[in-house]
Design a protein around this ligand. Structure first.
Ligand code: SF4
Length: 290
């Protein structure tokens, strides 16, 4: 397998085969993100992608149960590519149960209902979406490229096609100024998108990103750790998905939590209250990652 540049995947895809069918992110504007700034976006040559699948099949094909298609918004691939890639994965990995990819709201909303249904038939069953916030002012400030309603519409259409949705939120994304609106809006968006999986990451300002420049210019202030945990508390307490697996197991977080929402809401809120009062220790700064 040939990989170009650094590869990112969600924590829950740690044991998946990563297939790099696109290079970089077709959007690449989010102010906090430096994952693909060094890569000019392009769709990988289809023959190369299919050759990678064949190589993976020979090396460990029997062991693959999950495939994650990279990079940053692989759903942007047109149907012609998916029509070749997904059947090739099925042939190569007889035990494969799931194919997933990152998707922006734009990626989903640009596909027709028939295309989304066809993708599901071909085996693409889980989309990781990163709205990061539910506050329309914050959406604009972080240059997410879509707003609250567009994320709701994208999740609705993915669900209608039979796909599962994993929604990722970013503690601190609203800065100190929009912290309350960011937390409350995120809770509303979790309820409205009704994802099967919800996770939260904690914003880390990376040098060289637009948000770092805004911070240096005094236009963005990262909330304190306490305030970001309070944001998480608000999200968990107010969000009402039907039945979502909730995790904060990303390395960027100060407090790893897991459970189901809404069933385990009280237990998770209690753990957050204990962390906020100092009864539960937070992950030390040096052990956090991006
Ligand atoms: S859509 Fe995702 S990968 Fe692309 S710039 Fe935004 S956060 Fe980064």
């Amino acid at each position: 397998m040939r990989y170009e540049g650094k590869i990112y995947r969600p924590p829950s895809e740690a044991d998946s085969y990563i297939l790099q069918a696109t290079i970089g992110c077709s959007w690449n504007h989010c102010t906090y993100c430096d994952m693909y700034r060094d890569k000019a976006f392009r769709v990988r040559d289809l023959d190369e992608t299919l050759a990678d699948i064949r190589t993976a099949a020979k090396s460990f094909g029997e062991n693959v149960t999950k495939v994650f298609v990279a990079d940053g918004d692989a759903l942007v691939l047109d149907l012609r590519h998916w029509e070749a890639i997904l059947p090739a994965c099925h042939d190569a990995f007889p035990r494969m149960k799931r194919v997933s990819a990152y998707a922006t709201a734009v990626n989903i909303n640009e596909k027709s209902d028939a295309e989304l249904k066809r993708l599901r038939e071909l085996g693409l069953s889980l989309l990781y979406m990163g709205p990061e916030t539910g506050d329309d002012v914050t959406f604009k400030r972080i240059a997410k490229g879509s707003n609250f309603d567009e994320h709701v519409e994208a999740a609705r259409r993915a669900h209608e096609a039979g796909m599962k949705v994993s929604a990722i939120f970013l503690l601190g994304a609203g800065g100190t100024e929009r912290s309350r609106e960011h937390a409350e809006g995120s809770a509303s968006l979790i309820s409205a998108m009704d994802p099967e999986f919800v996770s939260a990451l904690t914003l880390t300002i990376i040098p060289g990103t637009p948000i770092a420049k805004m911070q240096a210019a005094g236009k963005f202030t990262l909330p304190s750790v306490t305030r970001m945990l309070e944001e998480l508390r608000t999200m968990v307490a107010a969000a009402s998905p039907t039945d979502a697996i909730f995790r904060t197991n990303h390395a960027s977080n100060y407090l790893p939590l897991a459970g189901r929402l809404p069933q385990d809401r009280d237990r998770i809120v209690e753990a957050l209250d204990k962390a906020l009062s100092g009864e539960i220790a937070l992950r030390p700064e040096w052990s956090r990652g991006l």
